[in-house]
Design a protein around this ligand. Structure first.
Ligand code: CTP
Length: 472
């Protein structure tokens, strides 16, 4: 396996470890990723003895360019050398208490250290000492699991997950990222231990969720989260989308699987994490707005509006950023039906202008979301929608070129209105501005200062205001 350890850093660590007469191994994700041919810059090195002493010797050999950081409390040290980050730790034996992720740590052997790892594919180690340089230590047949695309815990999964329940999320995340399967006992242990996830911080859960969201096909992760029962605990609002009811012979689609199809669909088009979140949450308001109407069948009136309102609570609960990223997701959810509704009607210039005005710079993302939302199994319907969509896109382009609505700035400012008519700041100023905006969006006047100003005089007259006169 020596061919995998070409970087000269491994020779330097090897020499330092031999000089200190310490057993030393590369372990964990870096070794896994070598076999998976994935690029990785984070190297974990485990030594039998003090990891800090070894890191100090390595940093000294690397010279000035290396940056050494020692974490005395954890007994670990990090050496940064250009884009490589090497973490040094002494081999450990850990035992856990029931209510905490914080283990009681004792010094141990390599075997102890491998035992305490989450999955067999993450417990692979390559020896760095000169005599055994490149030797693979694989006590749990991790390489076989890796070739068979299987995630399995090294020990009894109930112990591994109970020790550190974050590993349940990690398992599902690895299954999604790598397109692996959870071995049946490992899978069942997640279901049994699911409620232990409650001792994990929301930030860590969200971090794993984001990694699932960034995968090529996040649906795999969400189906596993649902099947193990974790989804019910961490995102019950998404679970509530599941199920298809039929009444009087009229059914509606299962919005959970529809949502996952939209999510996978959008992942083919964009890496934008927040657009992906928008896809996951686009129908989140449906369960709360679902009604059966004898005439109309199933309806979900205002689900986009209710969905928009639900998002702050979901983001807050998961400790996702409640800043402009959240606002963007809210906007996408609230507008997600607009382009499709538009394409069903006659596509008027005025409706296109209003859509451009409301979506602003996010119009292209909104179109991507809306197009991914077309998941009908009826090919005729899909064809019709897609061709209507082409029309909407064409119209959007034409109108944008002509009217520049995307970054709409009112061509007449409030100050100009106040100065022209000698008005104080009052609601009338707002009303005049709104009428000008509406006239532009409805195509009554062009989006230009001169035309807007003339229109301003016209409206002012309607309101009984003359230039330079005070409002009575
Ligand atoms: N590990 C573990 N249990 C955890 C976290 C980590 O057993 N809850 C072990 C695994 O052996 C893992 C190694 O520590 O391979 C390094 O962890 P980390 O850097 O978090 O993950 P990677 O496996 O490297 O994968 P990724 O970088 O994709 O998270």
């Amino acid at each position: 396996m020596q061919e995998y350890l070409q970087d000269k850093i491994f020779q330097i660590i090897s020499t330092a470890a031999d000089e200190q007469q310490k057993e030393c191994y590369v372990i964990g994700g870096y070794v896994r990723d070598i076999f998976l041919k994935r690029d990785s810059k984070d190297i974990d090195v485990v030594t039998v003895g003090s990891g800090i002493e070894l890191a100090e010797a390595v940093a000294k050999k690397l010279g000035k360019k290396a940056i050494l950081t020692v974490f005395k409390n954890f007994g670990t040290a990090q050496v940064k050398n250009f884009d490589l980050e090497v973490e040094f730790v002494g081999a450990r034996k850990e035992s856990y208490q029931r209510n905490s992720r914080k283990p009681i740590v004792e010094n141990g052997t390599l075997e102890d250290d491998q035992n305490r790892r989450d999955f067999t594919i993450n417990a692979l180690a390559l020896c760095l000492n000169k005599e055994r340089f490149g030797e693979l230590i694989d006590p749990f047949n991790g390489l076989t699991d890796l070739n068979n695309k299987v995630l399995r815990t090294p020990l009894n999964p109930d112990i591994t997950f109970s020790d550190d329940p974050l590993r349940m999320m990690r398992g599902i995340r690895f299954a999604t990222q790598l397109n692996f399967n959870l071995e049946i006992n490992t899978f069942e242990a997640i279901s049994r231990n699911k409620s232990r996830i409650n001792i994990i911080s929301k930030e860590r859960i969200a971090d794993e969720l984001n990694k699932i969201m960034k995968s090529d096909k996040p649906s795999k992760g969400f189906i596993l989260l649902e099947k193990t029962g974790l989804l019910e605990i961490i995102l019950p609002e998404v679970l509530a989308l599941k199920g298809a009811e039929t009444r009087d012979g009229i059914g509606h689609k299962d919005n959970f699987y529809h949502t996952l199809a939209v999510l996978d669909g959008i992942c083919e088009k964009t890496d934008n994490l927040w657009l992906r979140w928008s896809a996951l949450l686009h129908d989140i308001g449906k369960p709360r707005t679902k009604r059966f109407d004898n005439r109309l069948g199933w309806t979900f009136h205002n689900h986009n509006y209710i969905g928009e309102k639900m998002i702050p609570e979901i983001f807050h609960k998961l400790k996702l950023p409640t800043n402009d990223k959240m606002k963007y997701v809210q906007k996408m959810v609230s507008l997600h039906m607009r382009p499709i509704v538009l394409s069903e009607d006659e596509v008027t210039d005025s409706a296109v202008r209003r859509l451009l005005f409301d979506a602003g710079n996010d119009i292209d993302d909104l179109m991507t979301l809306c197009e991914a939302d077309i998941t009908s199994k009826n090919p005729e319907k899909v064809k019709r929608y897609k061709s209507n969509f082409q029309l909407v896109r064409k119209k959007l382009k034409e109108i944008e070129e002509k009217d520049r609505i995307r970054n709409f700035q009112p061509p007449v400012s409030g100050t100009e209105i106040m100065e022209t008519f000698n008005l104080p700041a009052c609601s009338v100023v707002g009303d005049i501005k709104m009428r000008i905006k509406d006239a532009i969006l409805d195509g009554i006047i062009p989006n230009e200062h001169e035309a807007a100003k003339n229109y301003m005089y016209k409206i002012a007259e309607e309101f009984g205001i003359k230039s330079g006169t005070e409002l009575k």
